[in-house]
Design a protein around this ligand. Structure first.
Ligand code: SF4
Ligand code: SF3
Length: 547
């Protein structure tokens, strides 16, 4: 196997024997084959769209299957193989539709090769062998590290984008332009030869389309759950039966809250579910009692300690410990072999499991943290923020956030947040916030110094606030007293980075390690164009920014 798509990749070069995430070589091969088959679907999909044919099945399948290959989403070979079968069937349909449409429109069909002609092997071993033939390693051998790395930058960005598009679609927010552009870019990646400029332009095109998707998702969240509002969230448990919900899918949470109403079970959020407490349509359920634990990489310890059943709705799942595997459930595209999977949001088995478990036997302290600073809330106090900046009371804003991960070097983000001077404020989002969101930051003239904007996708809110401030100050976002200190881990962070670059945002600090797929040559280009840089030492970086 060869995989270098996430930040924790082995030796920061690539996982070759076994994934640091727990992905074994067979699963890695199946995921590579899924990407390959998705490319074949995109080749036909893109051409069908040019001929005016709608391709909803292709779009849905690409979203679902690429999402399954995002880090820490689906490790279940059976579910992955079933997905591959679905892809193969759809590929045959797409091929037939393409040929028929060409005939009807008296157009000459293109003689497509590569993934468009893929014929599925008839055994799991055969699929694994086909996956090995689709490995990134062969791309590196064929095109060299720079070109292959840029191709993967685009593909990983697309994986993040379609994962967010999948979230948005669940909430009824879609845009045909997004699907068309995804097909077009994936088709482009099936070319035989590439120029660096052309690849960079496509990477920015992913950023552009992802910006649209983030907006769709923001709209979907607000339409379904109301506008996030500042809300205090309890971070210690209360006595009673308990269910813990992790991941990003707020629709799953809503349905679970409905199905648990009046059943005597308390629901807790974990990881990226924390922002749920700020949405009116979710917080209205009194049995959504609080948050338990921190970011994803704490789950093996925290899930073991949690005395109820647990639902993992999206990334990031880790190899379950035996102690809690039997009370862990997955939904959506998430999968782990042997873990019960919830279909169609029917949470009966999960609820029964929680009722049969002891739950918390006593109340803990009612310490709380504040969440819910989406763009509307922050814009609502924009005049105060502007006044504070103009009056010299608010010197600088730092966006510190993104993903979290297990490495101790990620303490950089805690150190940085702790050292931010008292006349500066912090915006945060994603699961990276758990590094410092339980610390006391106080306020500046009534504006909290730590503003939690939500999930990683709520980077959209941060961008909206930056754009609005730039308008007020009649300047460019890059000239605002605002710095971005981003922690990345998986491919959702890659598409957000591409969106920030597409928007022309400069001087971003990213870490803890730079992506292994960005080679020194490519990094040089990004440094020259955007002054993109790695993180260094927290105190020194802070000093440099403020001086
Ligand atoms: Fe390694 Fe990350 Fe790939 Fe897992 S997803 S195999 S940890 S690079
Ligand atoms: Fe976290 Fe996995 Fe990325 Fe949504 S839950 S930010 S790492």
């Amino acid at each position: 196997m060869f995989c270098y798509q996430c930040e924790q990749t082995s030796h920061n070069t690539g996982c070759t024997n076994f994934g640091v995430c727990g992905k074994d070589p067979d699963v890695a091969a199946l995921q590579d084959l899924i990407v390959y088959a998705s490319s074949g679907l995109a080749m036909y999909g893109h051409r069908l769209r040019k001929l005016g044919v709608d391709t909803p099945e292709i779009n849905n399948l690409i979203m679902e299957s690429l999402f399954a290959t995002v880090t820490n989403v689906n490790f279940d070979p059976k579910r992955l193989a079933a997905m591959i079968k679905k892809q193969h069937l759809e590929l045959q349909n797409a091929r037939n539709t393409y040929l028929q449409t060409c005939q009807q429109q008296q157009a000459t069909p293109e003689n497509l090769g590569g993934p468009a002609t893929w014929q599925m092997a008839d055994s799991i071993d055969g699929l694994i062998e086909q996956g090995i033939q689709a490995s990134v390693r062969l791309q590196i051998q064929k095109h060299g590290a720079d070109i292959a790395g840029l191709k993967e930058l685009i593909m990983y960005g697309l994986k993040g984008t379609v994962a967010y598009a999948h979230h948005a679609k669940i909430l009824g927010a879609e845009d045909q332009q997004v699907y068309d552009k995804v097909l077009e870019i994936m088709d482009f990646l099936t070319n035989e030869e590439f120029a660096v400029d052309e690849l960079l332009a496509n990477a920015l095109a992913v950023g552009e389309i992802n910006y649209k998707v983030l907006e769709l998702l923001d709209r979907g969240h607000i339409q379904n759950f109301g506008k996030p509002e500042p809300t205090e969230v309890r971070i210690h448990p209360v006595k009673g039966k308990a269910i813990l919900v992790s991941g990003h899918d707020l629709k799953d949470l809503l349905e679970l809250l409905k199905q648990t109403e009046g059943k005597g079970v308390n629901v807790y959020t974990h990881g990226e579910m924390l922002p749920a407490h700020s949405y009116p349509e979710l917080k209205k359920f009194s049995h959504l009692v609080g948050n338990f634990g921190g970011a994803w990489m704490e789950q093996r310890k925290e899930f073991a300690e949690f005395p109820g059943s647990i639902l993992m709705t999206t990334n990031c799942i880790q190899k379950p410990k035996e102690s809690y595997q039997g009370r862990l459930f997955t939904s959506g595209v998430v999968g782990w072999p042997g873990v019960q999977h919830v279909e169609n949001r029917d949470f009966a088995a999960l609820i029964d499991s929680a009722l049969a478990l002891p739950g918390f036997t006593e109340d803990s302290t009612d310490e709380k943290i504040l969440v819910g600073f989406g763009h509307d809330t922050v814009m609502g106090v924009a005049d105060k923020v502007v006044e504070a900046i103009q009056g010299g009371h608010l010197r600088h804003l730092f966006l510190i956030g993104g993903c979290d991960g297990a490495e101790s070097v990620r303490n950089y983000y805690t150190d940085f947040a702790e050292e931010v001077p008292e006349d500066c404020a912090i915006l945060t989002l994603g699961c990276g916030k758990y590094r410092f969101n339980k610390l006391q930051f106080g306020d500046i003239g009534g504006i909290p110094r730590l503003l939690d904007m939500g999930q990683c996708n709520d980077a959209y809110s941060a961008i909206q606030v930056a754009v609005a401030l730039a308008q007020v100050f009649k300047t460019d976002v890059n000239k605002l007293p605002l710095s971005l200190i981003i922690s990345w881990f998986e491919q959702k962070a890659v598409c957000i980075l591409l969106t920030l670059l597409y928007l022309g945002i400069q001087d971003i600090r990213i870490g803890p390690a730079l992506p292994a797929f960005i080679t020194p040559n490519v990094l040089k280009v990004l440094q020259e164009k955007y002054n993109l840089m790695g993180i260094g030492n927290a105190s020194q970086d802070l000093q440099t920014i403020l001086s």
